[in-house]
Design a protein around this ligand. Structure first.
Ligand SMILES: Cc1cc2nc3c(=O)[nH]c(=O)nc-3n(C[C@H](O)[C@H](O)[C@H](O)COP(=O)(O)O)c2cc1C
Length: 187
């Protein structure tokens, strides 16, 4: 069972990244093969929105998105993790989401049967951000049932603040465990 986490925060070791690590470690303990891709570490350009996407065998933008999309399609479980930036996902996560248009135009989808969402904010915008992510998940890139979508919401501001929040850390571990159990229930 492969679980891939896509991290939209540019802060390495930040709140989102730390919670992702807790969830992935728990999933690994339960036997999952885990991988984390921090989007800001790679080149993921915004979608160009030209009309010929479907007629090209590969995206005309030669950046890291093609291998990231391949991993995304092959994973059994996906975690999408982002802090809230102005009531929505970060630019890194939005670029990733928009570049899924290539999959849509080629009738490709992720094989993932469980999707987890991690959203962290200082104070406001988590509902909007979760809503946006769910709209994306219920769009063309996945075929997951509603009860296979898991959420983790956390409030934190400064770098690494979540490390002091044992309750949230426990919730992150539970979140990782639920994703594995959901995938075990399907296979
Ligand atoms: C550009 C920017 C925009 C932000 N917008 C919001 C916001 O709309 N609502 C909020 O509650 N926090 C906002 N924040 C705070 C971050 O969500 C918060 O610091 C979060 O813990 C960062 O997570 P990270 O450590 O994983 O990067 C913003 C931070 C930045 C840098």
């Amino acid at each position: 069972m492969k679980i891939l986490a896509l991290v939209g925060s540019p802060r390495l070791g930040g709140n989102t990244d730390f919670l992702v690590d807790q969830a992935l470690k728990e999933a690994a303990k339960l036997g999952a093969q885990i991988e984390k891709v921090v989007l800001s570490q790679y080149s993921v350009a915004p979608c160009l929105g030209h009309d010929d996407c479907g007629s090209f065998e590969s995206c005309i933008q030669k950046d890291d998105m093609s291998w990231i999309l391949n991993k995304f399609c092959e994973a059994d479980g996906i975690i999408l993790a982002t802090p809230v930036y102005y009531y929505s996902v970060t630019a890194q996560m939005k670029a990733f989401m928009d570049r899924n248009y290539f999959l849509y135009m080629h009738n490709r989808k992720s094989r993932a049967k469980a999707v987890g969402i991690i959203v962290v904010a200082e104070s406001e915008g988590i509902d909007d951000t979760v809503h946006n992510l769910k709209r994306y998940i219920n769009g063309s890139s996945f075929t997951v049932q509603k009860d296979q979508i898991f959420e983790l919401r956390g409030y934190a501001y400064q770098l690494g603040e979540v490390r002091k929040n044992q309750r949230l850390i426990n919730q992150a571990k539970d979140f990782g465990r639920k994703i594995v159990e959901s995938l075990e229930g399907i296979s």
